[in-house]
Design a protein around this ligand. Sequence first.
Ligand code: ZN
Length: 269
Amino acid sequence: MKRIIVFVLSAFLFSYCTTVPLTGRRQLKFMPDSELLTMSFTQYSQFLSQHRLSTNQTQTAVVREVGVRIQQSVEKYMADNNMTDRIKDFRWEFNLVDDKQVNAFCMPGGKVVIYTGIMPICQDATGLAIVMGHEIAHAIAEHGNERMSQTMLANGLLTVGGAVVQAKNPSLTNQLLLQAAGVATNLGMLSFSRQHESEADHIGLIFSSMAGYDPREAPRFWQRMAAASGGGQQPPAFLSTHPSHEKRIQDLEAEIPAAMKYYESATRK
Ligand SMILES: [Zn+2]
């Protein structure tokens, strides 16, 4: 009997599994895309209505340009690898919000926000592409859905029918979404787990390189981030969930040779 239960349970969980593009990692996914994206789009418009867009036209234009170029690389990659389905309902948007916080995020479905506070650390379009690639990678790898699914599983918010929590408690589901996308926390872009952060670094670096942005800028950008967040002095809570700057920079250095191939073929044209 026990074995049957285990079998049914694993078959159930397996049916709610999916694979992360580029890394091939298996992940949990309970939230139906249609439901998640509808929620995400609503939350994004709400966010924009509550925040001021930057009036700096030059910076706004750079944000849009870098965003669209990375979007095109993602679309090309997905088309080349028979994964267009996974982004077919994306409604890409790239907005620069007037806010001193050092932050950026991409909500499920390609809804990007860059804060003006991160622009001086980006320095230029290439630095911005590193941030944008990283944030978009979280959305492509569906880290938001995975985190929500993990939270739901841990809190018994699921029924055998799947994620019905939305109908039962829409405000809780919306809260989960904002947290999962890194919107509703003080840590903002730094709120993802170590595993999700390294995965987003890896995937993001490839997408920004494909879009023609030099991957050698990635470690430099994270060095500037490290300096901006007080050098080596990171608070313990931050360290426990987030890769240390040093480790992240080392990992990115190691990924540069592979990313250079995409960068070179993008800039050769
Ligand atoms: Zn991240």
